[in-house]
Design a protein around this ligand. Structure first.
Ligand code: FES
Ligand SMILES: [Fe+2]
Length: 379
């Protein structure tokens, strides 16, 4: 009989332990994967005014993403064409005018086109100024979320984003007009794949996330979806959220007390608690009745990654003096600190040479899907 539930019917091998720390594997990933995927960097809401910029580190690469004077988004490699100095040494800021000035010998580039505008000396006639522009990076905004691609020839396909999982509910959120309430950056001492694995299962939920498992009772069963387990149809008429999914009785959003404080972008009935959209290898986006949370993952080294989390709200929500944003942000930070801790003990463990590889249990079916996605880039 055809299997009609999500959990794995058989256990499966995990990736080799060395894939989480071997520099050669990491180099392969950077070369085969990170340089040709559309990578989420930040929401447009973070670059809300012309001349604002941010820099992003992706393995050995550093990229500047900016909004030029005319309001267009641009992306360049963060390296000067003269002798290769870092152009922007800050993580973010505002350009003084529509230019990028190298701090080393002051070559001046157009922020709009990347062209070299001026080298501060008389230039010999064998110097081709037009060939000295900044290296361009592909950039595209999707519903207010900015993606870059290090492959200069990459094509953008809307359907390629959120390829792993797309909740159409996002179309009901005014994402282009939403504003940033908070941004939280954290270096996590784990390989980037460990973070994805942790996100992909709730096998760890009851013991790692007691508060979250109280808010989302189905998590206390170590599963994410009603259809995960065998014979789930028998509970089809159940309304208890422990069996039916969704938030605990009376709760509206992911917050410390479960309250959305009267702010609804979509109705609780429509959303059924929360929904997720995922775009590998960089981002997942959670939709909640009163806000959106994006979580972005970028690799820093074989054993470290940078987490960056954004909370987006409707402008009027943040303008409401009675709305306590920390009710939302502090709750999610608690959960993400718990996940970061789990990822870090996982990283330390897999680096023990005695550990060759692990075993995926039935609940870890999305981890298996992730492994099946990543393996061809490395093998
Ligand atoms: S390295 Fe940039 S101006 Fe010299
Ligand atoms: Fe978790």
């Amino acid at each position: 009989m055809e299997k009609n539930y999500n959990n794995l019917a058989q256990v499966a091998d995990s990736l080799l332990g060395s894939w989480y720390y071997d520099p050669a594997i990491y180099e392969k990933e950077l070369r085969n994967l990170w340089t040709n995927q559309w990578l989420y960097v930040c929401s447009e809401a973070q670059l809300y005014e012309p001349l604002m910029y941010q820099t992003f580190k992706i393995g050995h690469y550093s990229v500047i993403v900016l909004r030029d004077k005319g309001g267009e988004l641009r992306a360049y490699h963060n390296v000067c064409r003269h002798r290769g100095a870092t152009l922007c040494t800050e993580a973010q800021g505002k350009l003084r005018n529509n230019t990028l000035l190298c701090p080393y010998h002051n070559w001046l580039f157009s922020a709009q086109s990347g062209e070299l505008m001026r080298a501060p000396t008389t230039v010999p006639d064998n110097f081709d100024q037009s060939a000295q522009g900044l290296f361009k990076v592909q950039i595209q905004s999707f519903r207010g979320f900015i993606f870059i691609n290090l492959d200069e020839n990459a094509d953008w396909h809307n359907e390629g984003v959120f390829q792993s999982c797309y909740s159409p509910i996002i179309e009901k959120y005014p994402t282009q007009e939403m504003v940033i309430g908070d941004v939280w950056n954290k270096t996590v001492d784990c390989n980037w794949k460990i973070y994805w694995e942790n996100f992909s299962e709730c096998y760890h939920c009851p013991n790692i996330h007691p508060e979250l498992s109280d808010l989302v009772p189905i998590f206390s069963r170590r599963i994410q979806n009603t259809e995960d387990v065998e014979n789930w149809e028998e509970n089809y008429d159940e309304t208890d959220p422990k069996m039916a999914g969704g938030l605990r009785e009376g709760a509206e959003t992911w917050s410390a007390d479960g309250s959305a404080q009267g702010h609804f972008i979509v109705s609780p009935e429509e959303l059924e608690g929360h929904q997720y959209s995922t775009t590998l290898p960089t981002m997942f986006l959670g939709t909640y009745v009163d806000h959106i949370r994006t979580v972005r993952i970028l690799p820093l080294s074989p054993t470290t990654m940078e987490l960056s989390v954004e909370w987006l709200f409707k402008k009027e929500t943040l303008e409401d003096p009675n709305y306590d944003m920390e009710n939302v942000t502090e709750f999610a930070k608690l959960v993400m600190e718990q996940d970061a801790w789990a990822c870090e003990i996982n990283q330390k463990g897999v680096m023990n040479p005695r550990f060759e590889k692990g075993t995926l249990m039935p609940e870890e079916y999305i981890v298996k899907e992730f492994h099946d996605w990543v393996r061809p880039f490395i093998d």
